[in-house]
Design a protein around this ligand. Structure first.
Ligand SMILES: Cc1cc2nc3c(=O)[nH]c(=O)nc-3n(C[C@H](O)[C@H](O)[C@H](O)COP(=O)(O)OP(=O)(O)OC[C@H]3O[C@@H](n4cnc5c(N)ncnc54)[C@H](O)[C@@H]3O)c2cc1C
Length: 284
């Protein structure tokens, strides 16, 4: 059942101040509309319950990628195609570029935005695990001002997030690392393109002389939110020897809480996550 379009209202301000003013005047009434690749699916299905939308696409402050000495600062409206074209992101944040290249189709990559992927808050989204292992920070904007929050604290439960009804995501800040970290990303879906993840794994590690000095691991599709697996990371830092992989796999299984749904089941997802962890460790 398709939606009845005259029921919806869309405003498209060019000016950031105007957009924030509207959101402040009627908190929760106006929902941002970016690329529309998630929202249009709901519209087509007749499941778009919200009525008033604020197209943010014309707001210049939400576009662009800025590279400073310390950070890559990505505007929330940056598309997956733009992510893949940026040379510093390709060189230093390859997992994000890989996630972007494996998201949907080329059409989705040209239209879908990183901010939309984050705010849609799907536990199966493909960029968030990469953002988590890169210690991303979000910049949130409202008429009240700007605040920054570590991305690891943003998702608070299934489809829940620390985003007030008058706030929008304006930028994603990725700290540039000085040392070379080894990096691994793998998405497991039903097929290689146009598939939502059954399991998605991102891992980075600082390794010297066979020792893991620091490590970050994050997964998608295995919990109510995308998940940084800090207990598995801690175990990898303190254990060594031949049993390490097995112990880490057991810890990972205890840390995730996958469900059975129409895409996969908990058993497959757990085994898949453990296999990807093993592949990551073998590559280290
Ligand atoms: C065919 C198809 C395939 C897909 N494949 C994948 C895939 O493989 N992997 C994957 O992860 N996703 C996939 N998606 C989902 C979707 O493309 C992404 O989540 C995309 O990044 C959403 O961005 P958008 O700009 O289109 O968001 P929109 O649809 O415009 O918005 C999504 C949500 O985010 C909110 N929002 C948008 N921008 C902001 C902002 N700046 N601040 C606050 N809230 C905001 C909106 O209010 C809405 O709730 C697919 C979608 C389709 C239709």
């Amino acid at each position: 059942m398709r939606s009845f379009l005259p029921r919806y209202e869309l405003r498209a301000p060019h000016d950031l101040g105007e957009a924030l003013e509207l959101m402040a005047a009627q908190p929760g009434e106006w929902k941002p509309f970016a690329g529309g690749t998630d929202l249009m699916v709901l519209l087509e299905q007749g499941k778009l319950t919200h009525r008033k939308f604020l197209s943010v696409l014309r707001i210049p402050e939400l576009h662009g990628i800025e590279i400073t000495d310390s950070h890559a600062v990505i505007g929330a409206l940056t598309t997956y195609s733009q992510v893949q074209r940026e040379s510093v992101l390709r060189a230093e944040f390859p997992l994000l570029c890989q996630a972007a290249s494996e998201t949907g189709s080329i059409a989705n990559q040209n239209r879908g935005t990183l901010g939309g992927n984050i705010a849609n808050a799907s536990p199966a989204a493909d960029s968030p695990p990469a953002l988590l292992v890169y210690d991303a920070e979000l910049e949130l904007l409202s008429k009240r001002g700007t605040r920054r929050i570590p991305y690891a604290r943003f998702h608070t439960g299934y489809k829940q997030m620390d985003l007030a009804s008058d706030e929008i995501i304006s930028r994603i800040r990725l700290p540039r690392r000085k040392t070379e970290w080894r990096q691994y990303y793998r998405k497991v879906g039903t097929r290689r393109a146009q598939a939502i993840s059954k399991v998605c794994f991102a891992g980075v590690a600082d390794v010297a002389d066979g020792t893991i000095r620091d490590v970050r691991i994050a997964l998608g599709s295995v919990a109510p939110t995308v998940l940084r697996c800090v207990k598995t990371e801690a175990l990898l830092l303190k254990s060594s020897g031949s049993s390490r992989t097995k112990e880490a796999q057991q810890q990972l299984a205890a840390e995730i809480s996958p469900v059975d749904d129409f895409r996969s089941n908990a058993k497959y997802r757990t085994r898949g996550a453990q296999n990807l962890l093993e592949e990551f460790l073998l590559q280290l």
